[in-house]
Ligand binder design. Sequence first.
Ligand code: BG6
Length: 476
Amino acid sequence: MTTKAQTLILFGATGDLSRRMLLPSLCALDADELLPDELEIIGTARSDMSNSEFRNFAREAIEKFLPAERRGGMADFLNRLQYSALDVTTPEGYKELAEKVGEDREIAIFLSTAPSLFKPTIEGLAEAGLADETARICLEKPLGSDLESSCAINDAVAARFPEDRIFRIDHYLGKETVQNLIALRFANILFEPLWNSQHIDHVQITVAETVGLESRVDFYDGAGALRDMVQNHMLQLLALVAMEPPSSFDAGAVRDEKVKVLRALRELEDEESVTGQYRGGASGGKIVPGYDEELGKESDTETFVAIKAHIDNWRWQGVPFYMRTGKRLHERVTEIVVKFRSVPHSIFPDARLKPNTLVIGIQPEENISLSMMAKVPGIEHEGMTLREVPLDIRMPDAFTGKHKRIAYERLLLDLINGDQTLFVRRDEVEAQWKWIDAIRAGWEAEGKTPKTYTAGSWGPSASIALAERDGVSWHE
Ligand code: BG6
């Protein structure tokens, strides 16, 4: 699909995602002259609002969530916006929406509403003639809570849209450093020959957050860390680290390789996962309550999970992928750590050679760092003194003058331009859920309940033990 969208319809236009991410991202793209000149944006939501009220809403959101230097001529952007009130569960409003869209327009539809509303919305759009071959649709997570509910959503969408016009968001794929992982692996000769079980000892993927429940009590307590973070973001990171080189950087080739990895994930043994739930402590410099206190009741929902995963294929046989994510952890950091094996024979008997480590920092710092053994300058009586030193690339320094973008900027632009490479295909989502469902079934069968950890720590001690049993320490 190469035709650019002429109209973008945002469902859930007055919601939190729209305010924090979508409207600011669209404004930033406009300021950088990346949006097609003729693009119109129609926001819809239940509340009655005039066009000018919606524009005011958008202006406030942009002023709050987009730095002033990125806003450009905001007035031009605001002029692209219209509003159409719509209760997605009743047929009436769709006609007015179709009239606003007009005839012969290429349409991109962004659903940022509760997934329970996807089906009626899609039916309403189809009835109003807004789901034909000129329309593409973008779905925001959560896409179900298990394989079955995810299939139900996918079936409902597939009834009206073919797969090549369905764009499933995983906002981690819009992050600059996540895309840089693809560049690092496949635009350099250095790593690929070493990127396998012969040379890599293990991989760690950490997505640590300092925030707690925020305002998402109902959603989060029904989801937990495994479904909220591992099922999507962390498995996408794992797939990008582990996939075979695709033949090209296009949607089909990249997603074909990712899905093979996701399907090769081995079912976990009991002792290969640890769950946790935070108790009161100090995080981000302030005293914070425990999860149960924030929630106002006891709960078995995990706010932390650590996993030792295996990928059953030739490349990764015997290489554990340790993953951990949690709320109210010690610091906010997302990083991928690739620990290489030791040299096969050391010619420096007095030196403790440390294996090379590649750290790909995704946030908050965008760094790539490779630790190497080097000689400490000086003349010794015997032998040499060696020490580990980092070869660092700090992305902001390497590319000065390039501003940091919101992940949604990339994804919205790709949606408008019709490029699916950074969106998740149905078979990927289903492979992800299949693996996650098996983990949850295992937890249920074992009667596993979360271990407590203090807010501001790195999670329950069992997570440290999970890695240390193999002689591995989490990178901190
Ligand atoms: C979302 C999760 O998908 O990702 C949130 O639902 C989480 O719970 C968020 O906080 C993290 O995203 P980021 O971009 O801040 O790492």
